[in-house]
Design a protein. Structure first.
Length: 406
């Protein structure tokens, strides 16, 4: 468990960081709120990024690796950016003042946005894997300081904020997403968020207080790609039983048990995770979707069982896409030559409407799944289409005009 002292964060403690970020980029007028209110506007960061943001982005990606979630052209004009800014008003009294000072900096908010899309997105996978040496080393250090449970909870909160802010079409919906994130963020989580975001722009960081999480800034921010710490850690992976598997040149392969009572994967995917003995895969509705990812298969089986109980017919598991007349359909504008799709779950509702659902197991596959989602809509615009994360969070939904849902 994190030390109780980490649950409070004063403005004085973060002031050196705040000043450094403030010097990196002057204040800009927030325009996204007005964009959300304008009819037909998306507010999804379509404006080109400023040179300072492009430089920050390049620095961040070079240290942490490529983005695992779609990145808008400009983070500064994205919904995620504004939701983060709004969230400070809902944070606990012990951290609100410090958060408001930090979150007033455009450079800091862009860096936090990058943290969500690049680092915390990696926790989306049933067994999060960090292959970039810097990200792996940071994961090990953070795990030892605050624990895997605390890290995974913060990642879930960040990903939920991203999903809900992207789906928001009114200021009220964006405010609600910001409120949920602000209330979910404690002092320790905020410190972790600050550390990850700050390490993306090490060239502007001043000397910070020693000890605890802040020590990471001094030990990691200037570490070269071939430094001793990074040489000893090549990758880090959180596995189903709640251990962190670390591989590296110096340390070989070892397991650091950091998560006694709760397996991170079970909390992340909501389906119980995989046990070391290899769980029996459900096959009531068809052969296993994949033996390498039991939670994905079980999510499909459970959804088909729910639909059968509510009167759906033509229950299909990972079979070629068909319309309500049970005729194969294909995309006439195939993505990368793929015209036929296989929905994870497909059925026909009692009202005769086809209902297709897919699940995303790994953040690295999200763009591919989004492409498939759009392809399936083109193939059958009269069907309901959904895309979910394995933890049950909705990514996208398409409901044909005139069709009631649910």
């Amino acid at each position: 468990m994190p030390h109780p002292n980490l649950e409070k964060l004063s403005a004085e403690e973060i002031r050196p960081l705040s000043a450094a970020f403030e010097s990196f980029r002057p204040h800009a007028r927030p325009r996204l709120w007005l964009m959300l209110e304008a009819p037909g506007a998306t507010g999804s960061g379509l404006e080109p990024a400023a040179p300072w943001e492009l430089r920050l982005r390049e620095d961040f990606l070079s240290r942490f690796g490529p983005a695992l979630l779609p990145m808008p052209a400009s983070l500064e004009s994205s919904r995620l950016y504004l939701a983060l800014k709004l969230s400070t008003r809902y944070m606990d009294d012990g951290i609100r003042e410090a958060a408001q000072e930090l979150f007033s900096s455009p450079a800091f908010l862009v860096s936090v946005s990058l943290s969500v899309l690049v680092y915390f997105a990696a926790w989306l996978a049933p067994e999060p894997f960090f292959s970039k040496a810097f990200a792996a080393a940071l994961t090990v250090r953070l795990s030892l300081l605050v624990g895997l449970v605390e890290l995974s909870r913060l990642a879930v909160a960040c990903l939920r904020l991203h999903q809900e802010s992207e789906a928001a079409i009114t200021p009220q919906e964006l405010e609600a997403a910001a409120e949920r994130f602000g209330k979910a963020l404690g002092g320790t989580a905020l410190r972790v968020l600050v550390v990850v975001a700050s390490l993306g722009v090490p060239q502007v960081l001043p000397k910070v207080p020693e000890g605890g999480l802040w020590s990471l800034l001094s030990t990691l921010r200037h570490a070269p790609a071939g430094g001793p710490l990074l040489e000893s850690i090549a990758s880090a992976q959180v596995v189903a039983e709640g251990s962190l598997i670390v591989t590296g040149v110096a340390v070989g392969t070892s397991a650091v048990s950091l998560c006694g009572e709760l397996a991170v994967c079970a909390m992340m995917d909501g389906a119980g995770g995989a046990s070391g003995g290899g769980p029996k895969l459900s096959t009531r509705y068809g052969k296993p979707h994949t033996r390498q990812n039991p939670p994905h298969n079980e999510a499909i089986e459970e959804e088909l069982a729910r639909r059968e109980a509510t009167g759906h017919i033509d229950l299909r598991k990972n079979k070629p896409q068909q319309n309500a007349s049970k005729v194969d359909v294909r995309d006439r504008e195939p993505v990368k030559g793929v015209g036929f799709r296989k929905p994870d779950v497909s059925s026909i509702r009692p009202d005769g409407v086809r209902h297709n659902t897919n699940y995303v197991s790994n953040a690295r596959d999200l763009q591919r799944e989004l492409d498939a989602f759009e392809s399936m809509i083109r193939a059958d615009p009269k069907a309901i289409h959904e895309l979910y994360l394995l933890n049950g969070s909705l990514v996208r939904r398409y409901v044909p005009p005139g069709v009631s849902f649910p």
